[in-house]
Design a protein around this ligand. Sequence first.
Ligand code: GDD
Ligand code: MN
Length: 381
Amino acid sequence: YESTVPGELGDPAVRAVEVPEPGAVTVVVPTFNESANIRELLRRITESVPARLPCEVVFVDDSTDDTPEVIRDAARDCPYPVTVLHRDVPTGGLGGAVVEGMRAATSEWIVVMDGDLQHPPSLVPELVAAGERTPAGLVVASRYIKGGSRAGLAGGYRIAVSRGATWLTKALFPRRLRGISDPMSGFFAIRRSAVTADVLKPLGYKILLETAVRARPRQVTEVPFVFQDRFAGESKSSAKEGMRFLRHLAGLRTASPVARMVVFGLIGATGFLPNLTALWALTSAGMHYLPAEIVANQFGVAWNFLLIEHLCFRDRRRYRHWWDRAGRFALLANADLVLRIPLIALLVGRAGLDALTATALALVTTFVLRFVSTEALVYLP
Ligand code: GDD
Ligand code: MN
């Protein structure tokens, strides 16, 4: 599982129990079939990190090629300890690998960087220095501040996707990502004391986002960098990785009960669209508006069910079969509608409210009821 090539810093068994050295750095590199990049990467790290900065490199590898052997071989020429953790079960993809590396790190600072030289190793000491100068627990290498650029991001398509993803992510987490211009960056330094690996639930590429949102480092600072061209090989990113990113966003956004309810409400609001469209189609086809209302409502329910399954309660689907969940969900959604009318009548008749206030109050009440009952009866054991 693990193999360490001791460098000049001594016996890894002794190193593992040592108190972290102040200012020292563990460089964590996730690798998936990067054999052609390893030698150059280690050479450039060695060249960049000054002798006074104690350094170790931890590769967390999920490769199916000979990358681990190449690392072990190249490590012999490296003055630092180099460790390869090869994972037999590569859970969490790139992010899962990085968290594994964080667990293994022994230094005060952890620098996370890609293995394909798109992240310039010359910046490693600068990221640590920027952190030492300030009380910051997290230092982000950013492409989007003065002095940085995304030169190596090939093609208008990738640039557009990257822009859109950055915008959406910043919009979803305005508070947690304050001060981070490039939450999509995979190049950053973090103080070991600022992150507990156990709070992280990595899912794919965006490990900085995961760390910033869940570990909540107190203070953040940024250093500009130029995203380089890949040295060798090709990107492992894919459309599947894009879908995983959306799931990651949804998982992060529904982490707290209140946030989950907000997402539930927002999804509910989008249900108007299929509902009204169906109503229009059915009445245009000649159906009486009352039965049409009932049928149209089912379109809204189906739409809401699909979105809620994937974006709101994705982590809680295992307790029931999908058809069981769908049935219960539909029942609750329709009960909500049926309940609202007598409730409004009660509020107007007994409590003496005007129709508008009564409707607003009924909407809020039935919404909360519906959220609580959906959670309890559909997405809990
Ligand atoms: N262990 C492990 N497991 N490593 C992986 C995996 C995996 O499943 N997938 C990718 N890697 C490694 C690659 O071998 C490489 O060292 C690094 O993670 C980045 O992978 P690339 O495939 O080169 O990613 P990219 O260049 O498309 O994306 C990079 O830039 C983006 C910014 O545009 C990454 O740094 C992204 O996080 C970043 O958002
Ligand atoms: Mn890359």
